[in-house]
Design a binder for this molecule. Structure first.
Ligand SMILES: Cc1cc2nc3c(=O)[nH]c(=O)nc-3n(C[C@H](O)[C@H](O)[C@H](O)COP(=O)(O)OP(=O)(O)OC[C@H]3O[C@@H](n4cnc5c(N)ncnc54)[C@H](O)[C@@H]3O)c2cc1C
Length: 465
């Protein structure tokens, strides 16, 4: 049984993307009484919905329900930078050390392939997610970043990747794509797509409903146990249960140290005039970052804004999540400054939207997906800042695991990987914030000295990157 709650949050205010989806974000009815089904999925972000999508595709007779505390796309899936990226949270060196060279390369190749799979499904399902595969530029503007980014490109060739996967563009070639002030060159990969994240997640929700999946919104899950998921209005019994709660996971019983929610914050400008775009190019919808350690990420939106984000926000004690943490004027101010420094010709400009949200970081920065066959409980996540494409791979993998199918996806090294837990507080708070602080100071030092800062390595080791 389902009912609709009267009042709800102003979901449009949670991001530029949620503010510009062509639907009214009215919550679907909540679960009102107990259920007995085949698969219960907790969380209606990309992970939960891709899993539902591929499960329903493989076996239309399965009874699947998605249980969402707010509305589909409320979490990071409705708020991110819209990079459907070819990147995986753990680099190849780390994966090779843990799982062998061949499986490390296979993992990264599988994520690259997922970008096209997202493109295929949005086309097939008629989801107008403004998906354009224009590639991605890591543009170097500081001499201190140059060696590191060029070495990164060279290192990819040692793993069997080629210039069709990634290549160095000199300053002129980089500027032909996007004219960035003081650009010294850029690493370019053609494998990245830009998209409108909330249109994707909202469209996916409708696509899974068309396939018979039930979505219950305003339905918080208070505990997950083998065969049963508890909600305020009744227990959902299911043979398989999928935890797809990413940054929100620590709020569930016994999962406090499983993942750390780190905040990433974004701003979007008002639409910028044609005269500005004439001076900087950027006509191919490439995504853009620069070489700093505290990553910034940008896209030109389909309505001619710059949407740019970064990770300067602190970690909050006890892995707390609060709407208040989505807004940090200091971070918004520094993102404004980044825009001005990359494109000084922009002149005065208005920021129309500011927002943020939690992403999920496992202790070893190694995403994972798995199914415990003894309990029937499955999970996927820990994508750090690269969940848009990886969650699609997770959905396909979970569908194989739950459906009992064999296949190449199950050979990938993130399947059944278990990250160790984060430290208890206050160690977690001290360690995470110290590392974030050192990383920011490494960026400042590299600008000041024009040389790579050794302390960045220390910070990365402290964080487990
Ligand atoms: C500002 C920002 C920028 C980012 N930029 C990028 C990017 O450009 N490219 C990229 O690849 N990745 C990016 N990411 C990361 C990416 O958005 C995430 O990895 C991805 O969206 C994770 O999807 P998910 O479905 O696992 O989690 P979420 O989208 O967070 O979904 C989890 C859902 O579970 C629900 N939920 C939680 N607890 C419960 C409960 N107890 N009961 C019921 N429901 C519950 C939540 O309400 C939420 O809807 C960014 C993230 C942020 C925050």
């Amino acid at each position: 049984m389902r009912s609709s709650r009267q009042s709800h949050r102003d979901y449009r205010s949670y991001s530029f993307w949620l503010d510009t989806v062509p639907d009214d974000l009215a919550p679907r009815p909540a679960l009102e009484s107990p259920l007995h089904i085949d698969v219960a999925i907790v969380g209606a972000g990309y992970t939960g919905l891709w899993t539902a999508y591929y499960l329903a595709e493989a076996d239309p007779s399965l009874r699947i329900a998605v249980l969402e505390r707010e509305v589909a796309g409320f979490g990071a899936s409705g708020r991110n930078g819209g990079w459907c990226s070819p990147f995986f949270s753990a680099d190849k060196q780390k994966l090779a050390r843990l799982h062998g060279r061949e499986r490390a390369v296979a993992m990264h190749r599988a994520v690259i392939d997922s970008v096209d799979e997202v493109g295929r499904v949005v086309e097939l399902e008629g989801i107008d997610a403004q998906f354009v595969k224009g590639g991605s530029l890591s543009c170097v503007t500081q001499p201190g970043h140059l060696g590191r980014i060029q070495e990164d490109v060279e290192a990819q060739y040692q793993w069997g990747f080629t210039a069709d996967d990634i290549r160095w563009l000199d300053a002129d070639a980089a500027s032909e794509r996007i004219r960035v002030d003081g650009c010294l060159g850029a690493a370019f990969t053609p494998h990245c797509a830009a998209l409108h994240p909330a249109r994707l997640v909202r469209g996916l929700a409708r696509a899974v409903e068309r396939r018979g999946v039930e979505i219950y919104e305003h339905t918080p899950v208070t505990s997950i146990q083998p065969g049963a998921v508890t909600t305020p209005n009744g227990v959902v019994r299911a043979d398989a249960i999928v935890r797809a709660t990413e940054g929100y996971t620590p709020a569930l019983p016994k999962l406090k140290r499983q993942i750390v929610p780190l905040y990433s914050l974004m701003i979007a400008t008002e639409p910028l005039p044609e005269s500005f775009w004439d001076t900087i190019g950027w006509s191919g919808r490439e995504t853009l970052t620069d070489g700093r350690h505290m990553l910034v990420y940008a896209q030109r939106t389909s309505d001619d804004r710059i949407a740019i984000g970064g990770r300067g926000a602190p970690y909050h004690f006890g892995s707390q999540i609060d709407d208040l943490f989505d807004r940090d004027p200091r971070v918004f101010g520094s993102l404004r400054e980044v825009i001005k420094s990359l494109w000084p010709q922009i002149g005065p400009f208005e920021v129309s939207h500011t927002w943020g949200g939690p992403l999920g970081v496992p202790r070893d920065w190694h995403s994972s997906v798995g199914l415990d066959k003894n309990t029937g409980i499955a999970w996927a996540g820990g994508y750090v800042g690269d969940g848009v494409s990886t969650s699609n791979l997770a959905g396909r993998t979970l569908a194989d695991l739950i459906g009992g199918h064999d296949g190449d996806l199950l050979m990938l090294p993130w399947v059944d990987h278990h990250s160790r837990r984060w430290e208890p507080e206050p160690l977690r708070w001290v360690g995470a914030n110290l590392a974030l602080h050192v990383m920011t100071s490494a960026d400042r030092a590299e600008v000041r000295t024009g040389r790579p800062a050794r302390r960045a390595k220390l910070a990365k080791r402290l964080l487990g990157m």
